[in-house]
Design a protein around this ligand. Structure first.
Ligand code: URA
Length: 193
């Protein structure tokens, strides 16, 4: 991505899609398809996961596999539909065999997420799991930080939640995720009182 080009570009999510397709700044682009975020460009809430998995790579859309189904369920549990929010990932390409993304891959892909945040301007960012949380609060672990809103500045709160896939591996976390989403709803409602 050339910064001069970006500065002169009128930024829209459609532009980002086009630019991302041509981008080769991360080695994962050799083995998988680009997956940008999607949803309401005016959303107040942005959810940020880790990286696309197999289904996301196939369909070129975020959170459309098993973890995405659970995310839809969690959203529905607080009366939200995915079209109403914005859903993205730290890394824009699928790491092979769904391994964790490396620090290098996260750094290389970060400008895309930063541009998405700049365009959508959410009031609340929900990092799903430790990779997304690490970008905002490198020292805050997800085990300690989940469910606790952190004020970044006057206009942005970060509300960390476990990654939905964690509950697919560890059934005990399912209720924790439901509880954290309930707390997120309470936080949202308190902003509108
Ligand atoms: N897990 C993620 O972190 N992101 C996706 O898009 C799908 C699964």
């Amino acid at each position: 991505m050339k910064t001069g080009m970006l500065r002169s570009m009128i930024m829209t999510l459609e532009n980002l899609q086009t630019e991302l397709k041509a981008w080769k700044g991360c080695a994962l682009s050799k083995t998988s398809n680009p997956v940008l975020g999607e949803g309401n460009p005016d959303a107040d809430i942005m959810f940020i996961g880790e990286a696309p998995g197999q289904k996301e790579d196939e369909l070129r859309r975020p959170f459309v596999g098993a973890a995405g189904k659970f995310l839809d369920e969690l959203l529905a549990s607080i009366g939200l539909k995915r079209e109403e929010v914005y859903i993205s990932n730290v890394v824009k390409y699928r790491p092979p065999d769904n391994r964790d993304p490396t620090d290098e891959e996260k750094e290389q892909c970060m400008p895309w997420l930063q541009l998405e945040i700049r365009i959508v301007q959410p009031k609340i960012i929900v990092p799903l799991g430790r990779h997304a949380l690490g970008h905002f609060f490198p020292k805050l672990g997800i085990t300690h930080g989940h469910g606790k809103p952190q004020k970044m500045n006057e206009s942005l709160t970060v509300f960390p939640i476990y990654h939905p896939a964690a509950a697919l591996h560890n059934g005990g976390l399912r209720q924790t995720l439901l509880d954290d989403f309930a707390a997120l709803k309470e936080h949202l409602d308190s902003q509108h009182r």
